[in-house]
Design a protein around this ligand. Structure first.
Ligand code: G6P
Length: 606
């Protein structure tokens, strides 16, 4: 979603800000803009469309050593030039960029209009620019911004510059992330560290209710009431190169290819062959605490929810604890019962998804015990949970989640083994699963080498407008993930169904132009799945099986075999061809793979 970047220092701000915007493109946006301050004036350029269009539109001479820039994902007001950020006051002195939603914008707008202010956009953000201008009494900018923020109800990550105060920038956070980047006699900030990673050596995450005064030589943080806060900078975890696409055409394809290495990093230092268990220091729960756990609840959104659904089978099998996954977005709205002997687990790549964060906060408020499975170190959900397992998957730039889905399931498999070994999981089974996890990266790499075969499967979708993805138990969760990937990147309607449920309704929709992808491991349910395939074939529906080697008991139209690993870990391998399948269908259909329409990477609003 919306991205923010800011700079103040001794260099020209515009090129640094534009490079920052390019880095933030992955979050999803529909318009972009930039403002720089120079010799008492502000220069602003903004437009609907891509950052490269802003680059072309922006005058060559766009000088100034401080500035802010933004990529917008429309919430209030359609995507358009006039609604793009930054927004300025009537005199063009203050410029504001903002992520989040000002809930009382309509009331504030009415008051400002009554005092003669004319608005030039439909956004809530513009209200804030006029508010600051009206409240400016010559006191330091941070005081004016704090006073204005006290009148605002809603969420924000925002940044303000004033042409008349060229040595300072003010940023504030309430519900939408802001990270400061500390460079060499220069300061930067962004909605995530990707925006400034090239120039900063360390970073500081603002907390909700904090405001920061940023100068070229440093920063101060405080609360809205003026009390100072103390922050400890941390090192940047991912270097600039980690954000490069390399030789790949798309980040999605690069990240699918990253998986063997990413999984190795998730496993790194966490396997204990001596006691056939796993080390998970970050969860900070002693064996005794974990033995008190009677139930597990996994919460996440999108692919993170499905990672939880996939792992729920694993946890239940290995630890024999009732485990359930639920979309975090639903959980918090149904007045859930929070149980003290349940371990709640929030799963999130970005660590910023608003719905997941809100669920975490609600669980904490009611005294529940929660840990996070998060990729971005220091992100809001990671900090809010306090304990958990970092994925260490490296940055994921494509809007759709691939490597972090796999790594989330791997992290949860580590937890499942840990919980299982505290209970009834035998030494032999612990050892077997550890060996299986160690072998996982090489098996993934072997599947990736057969990409051409999967590209051929994609041809089955040439005439299709609808597809079914089916499976049983963990295979159904993988079907959900496969269908989600296809929907997100190829815009084909794909519906996931438990294979057992097909005959209870959706079979009515099966035709010769509706392919069904079946996740078909050779497990106890293989024969049941074969019966389902026969039902589909009897209705003329093409069947594509993602399966294991062995004699086929039914004729598929197409199939792809993945190696058998361990039954509990097989879902991870069965998913890899589905990622590549979605990628190749999207490629053949000419879709914008890394930034699918209407989607955003880090959904920081409700
Ligand atoms: C958005 C993205 C999905 C992602 C979900 C959860 O909806 O489009 O691809 O799976 O958010 O993101 P998270 O960062 O919490 O894993």
């Amino acid at each position: 979603m919306c991205g923010i970047v800011g700079y103040i220092g001794k260099r020209q701000a515009a090129p640094i800000l534009m490079a920052g915007l390019h880095r933030l493109e992955y979050r999803g946006y529909d318009s972009a803009g930039i403002a720089v301050g120079n010799k008492g004036t502000l220069k602003v350029a903004k437009c609907k469309g891509r950052v490269r269009e802003l680059d072309e539109l922006k005058p060559q001479r766009f000088k100034g050593m401080m500035g802010i820039a933004h990529t917008r994902w429309a919430t209030n007001g359609e995507p358009s030039d006039r609604n793009a950020h930054p927004h300025c006051d009537s005199a063009g002195r203050f410029a504001v960029v903002h992520n989040g939603i000002i809930e009382n914008a309509a009331a504030l707008k009415e008051q400002l209009t009554a005092r003669g202010v004319t608005f030039s956009s439909d956004t809530d953000t513009e209200v804030f620019a006029h508010l600051i201008a009206m409240m400016d009494d010559g006191s330091p900018l941070e005081n004016v911004v704090s006073a204005a923020l006290r009148l605002v109800v809603g969420t924000y990550g925002l940044a303000v510059i004033d042409a008349a105060r060229p040595d300072v920038l003010v940023v504030a956070r309430n519900g939408s992330p802001i990270v400061l980047g500390i460079g060499d006699k220069e300061m930067l900030f962004g909605s995530d560290s990707a925006a400034f990673v090239r120039h900063a050596t360390s970073m500081v995450h603002l907390d909700d209710g904090e405001i920061a005064v940023v100068r070229a030589d440093g920063y101060e943080t405080r609360k809205l009431d003026g009390t100072s806060t103390v922050k400890t900078p941390s090192a940047l975890v991912w270097k600039d190169e980690a954000y490069e696409k390399g030789a790949f055409d798309h980040y999605m394809r690069k990240e699918i290819g990253d998986q063997p290495e990413a999984v190795r990093r998730t496993l790194g230092g966490r396997l204990d062959a001596r006691f056939q268990t796993t080390h998970l220091g970050g969860i900070e729960l002693a064996a005794r605490d974990l033995l008190d756990v009677r139930r597990i609840k996994l919460l996440g959104c999108g692919a993170a929810y499905i990672a939880g659904a996939t792992a729920s089978h694993l946890i239940e099998q290995l630890a024999r604890l009732p485990t359930q996954a639920e979309p975090a977005s639903e959980f918090r709205y149904r007045n859930p019962v929070i149980e003290m002997d349940t371990l709640y687990i929030a799963v999130s790549q970005s660590g910023e998804t608003f719905d997941t964060l809100a669920a975490v906060q609600e669980i904490k408020r009611r005294g529940g015990r929660i840990i996070g499975i998060v990729n971005v170190v220091g992100s809001t959900i990671a900090r809010e949970c306090g304990h958990g397992i970092y994925l260490h998957a490296g940055p994921e730039i494509a809007v759709v989640s691939t490597k972090t889905f796999t790594c989330s399931v791997v992290a949860l498999a580590l937890l499942a083994i840990h919980l299982g070994r505290l209970r009834d999981l035998s030494n032999a089974n612990g050892a077997r699963l550890i060996k299986g996890l160690e072998a996982l990266p090489d098996h993934i790499a072997a599947i990736l080498k057969r990409e051409d075969e999967i590209a051929q499967l994609a041809e089955c979708f040439q005439k299709a407008e609808h597809a079914f993805y089916i499976g049983r138990a963990a295979g159904y969760a993988i079907a959900m993930e496969g269908a989600l990937k296809l929907k997100e990147v190829s815009y084909l309607h794909a519906e996931a169904y438990p294979a057992s449920e097909l005959k209870h309704g959706p079979l009515a929709l099966v035709t010769s132009e509706t392919p069904t992808v079946i996740v078909l491991p050779r497990d106890d349910l293989y024969r049941k799945n074969v019966s389902t395939i026969e039902e589909i074939k009897a209705r003329g529906g093409p069947v594509i099986a993602i399966t294991h080697p062995g004699e086929a008991h039914v004729a598929f139209d197409r199939s792809f075999e993945v190696p058998m690993l361990e039954p509990e870990l097989d879902p991870l391998l069965l998913n890899i061809p589905l990622q590549l399948l979605a990628y190749h269908v999207a490629l053949q259909r000419g879709c914008d793979i890394d930034q699918p329409r209407n989607l955003a990477k880090s959904v920081t609003v409700e």
